[in-house]
Write a protein that binds this ligand. Structure first.
Ligand code: MC0
Length: 138
């Protein structure tokens, strides 16, 4: 069901500072930058050399957002793992049937036109997990 690791999401206080760090240290390339009001983030996708997986840098839009609360409690750091799936709706049905709590019962809009859905960290060893169905032409 899981095709590959699509991205790792990293919470940061300043998107600009985090982009500078990750491009300078690893030579990653910024391929997309957007604001997702629904998710409460400004974010950037940085491609690895293979071009098939990304580092996603996440800056909270305000302190009360999910990433804002995370940074306040834990500081900057690893926020979630995103796995690519062929069909996020089908994957949600299969995973839901195992008893894992679905944060999103239906897909939402994600980075670079993807359809995404989150699974609860309490049922997955403390790891906030995201399913990503990339845009059809990507
Ligand atoms: C919170 N918790 C986490 C966590 N955030 N555990 C692991 N990883 C994280 N990132 C834990 C807390 O430590 C706490 O555990 C419990 O969850 C409740 O924390 P809370 O601060 O009260 O938070 P809630 O309940 O308001 O929400 C937690 C939850 C939320 C995971 C449900 O963050 C959520 O819905 N996340 C999914 C959406 C999201 O994260 N969007 C931003 C990225 P204890 O043990 O103390 O109870 S958007 C994105 O990435 C998009 C743009 C994309 O990829 O395209």
């Amino acid at each position: 069901m899981l095709l590959r690791i699509d991205h790792v999401g990293i919470a940061c206080r300043s998107l600009e500072a985090a982009i500078e760090r990750y491009t300078n240290v690893f030579g990653l390339t910024v391929v997309a930058e957007e604001t997702n009001e629904e998710q409460g983030v400004r974010e950037a996708m940085l491609a690895t050399e293979s071009g098939t997986s990304y580092v996603q840098l996440l800056e909270p839009l305000s302190p009360g957002t999910t990433v804002g609360k995370f940074v306040e409690r834990r500081g900057e750091g690893m926020h979630h793992v995103g796995y690519a799936v062929a069909d996020v709706t089908e994957a949600l049905a299969e995973i839901g049937a195992t008893g894992v709590r679905l944060i999103d019962s239906r897909p939402r809009h994600g980075s670079m036109g993807a359809s995404i859905a989150f699974l609860h960290p309490a049922d997955l060893g403390g790891v906030l997990t995201e399913l990503v169905q990339p845009r059809a032409d990507s």
